[in-house]
Design a protein around this ligand. Structure first.
Ligand code: MLT
Length: 342
């Protein structure tokens, strides 16, 4: 069992110690932690005071496998995929710490098989993601990036920038979890008529949401009747490509779509076609199928694209950093982090 591996010195140091030689223990006596995605600088500083930390941002998979071969823990976000073969060939690995919410980039079965604890940090960035979703809605409905480009180019064509107000419109939220609930609350505050859908709709939940001023209905109804749709559901077998060509065809041609759900929930080629054919007024995406390069959607003017920055506020990253340090300490000591997944 990997948990029984010592977090202490390598064997050759142990034998030197047995010979009663006086050696000062090097940093390698500490548990080794590999950080492959950006985390708050204050959290990184603190990690360095407890562990032997290596930072290598977003290595290719061969380099990742090599780096991980002598590490006790890895800290990652959504920018890295951690497949089963890499987990299985990391003999010291005991902890995978996901500095964020989604764990779809980690092979959880392989982690289970290898007795590696995986924990994540849900909820603390939900407000940040919800605020970004509303920001994206404003940006696309008021053509902010386009307006900004006009001013920078010295070409002021205000008539081409007439936008849409949010007040009085119907906001449809697909997925009323932590993030979706905040989005719904902000929408209500903006004077929007808010409806939403959840995975399992019960009479009790419908009543609770109605009391909060939100109409709980089907996703089909949300898509067909909303002026603005925000997708904020988790990625599951059921939600993969939930927003496909058929779903997009059901939306109104004056409607806007915002995606802050995991990549894969929205079928990006289908969205590209719908936007190009002007069957939708516009879309904004913070989450993309690949986390680098320029998506095909960037060719279109009625689209706002951000590089998965929903959780990127100093506030949220500080909260994530704090929780990460506490979780790592517990997990490396062989205990369960409060948000242990497997
Ligand atoms: C999350 O799951 O919390 C997000 O993907 C944030 C991130 O990793 O950047």
């Amino acid at each position: 069992m990997r948990g029984s591996l010592p977090r202490t010195r390598p064997l050759f140091l142990a034998s030197l110690a047995q010979l009663e030689l006086s050696v000062s223990l090097p940093d390698s006596d500490l548990a080794r932690v590999l950080v492959v995605d950006p985390i708050a600088p204050s959290a990184l500083d603190e990690l360095r005071t407890h562990y032997d930390v290596t930072v290598r941002l977003r290595p290719e998979s061969a380099e990742l496998a090599h780096l991980l071969s002598d590490q006790d823990a890895i800290v990652l976000r959504s920018g890295i995929k951690l497949p089963g073969d890499i987990i299985a060939t990391a003999p010291r690995l005991r902890v995978i710490a996901r500095a964020g919410n989604g764990v779809d980039n980690i092979d959880l079965d392989a982690a289970r098989e290898a007795d590696v604890q995986v924990f994540n940090i849900p909820s603390v960035s939900s407000r940040a993601v919800a605020e970004l979703a509303i920001g994206l809605l404003f940006s696309v409905a008021r053509h902010l990036p386009l307006a900004d480009r006009q001013v920078r180019a010295g070409s002021w064509r205000k008539a081409s920038l007439a936008g849409t107000e949010l007040n009085g419109k119907t906001l449809g939220v697909v997925g009323l979890g932590d993030i979706g609930s905040y989005i719904a609350a902000i929408g209500l505050g903006l004077g929007m008529n808010v409806i939403g859908s959840v995975g399992v709709r019960t009479a009790e939940r419908t009543k609770q949401w109605a009391a909060a001023g939100v109409g709980l209905t089907t996703t089909a109804e949300v898509l067909a009747t909303s002026d603005m749709v925000v997708v904020a559901c988790p990625l599951t077998d059921f939600t993969r490509h939930l927003i496909n060509a058929q779903a997009l065809a059901a939306m109104q041609s004056h409607a806007y779509l915002v995606n802050v759900a995991r990549a894969g929930v929205v079928d990006e080629p289908a969205l590209y076609t719908a936007l190009k054919e002007r069957r939708l007024a516009g879309a904004a995406l913070d989450v993309h199928t690949t986390e680098s390069g320029t998506p095909a959607l960037a060719e279109l003017d009625n689209v706002v694209l951000t590089p998965h920055i929903g959780a990127m506020t100093h506030d949220a990253q500080d909260r994530i950093g704090r929780t990460l340090i506490d979780g790592l300490e517990l997990a490396l000591a062989g205990h369960d982090a409060p948000t242990r997944i497997c």
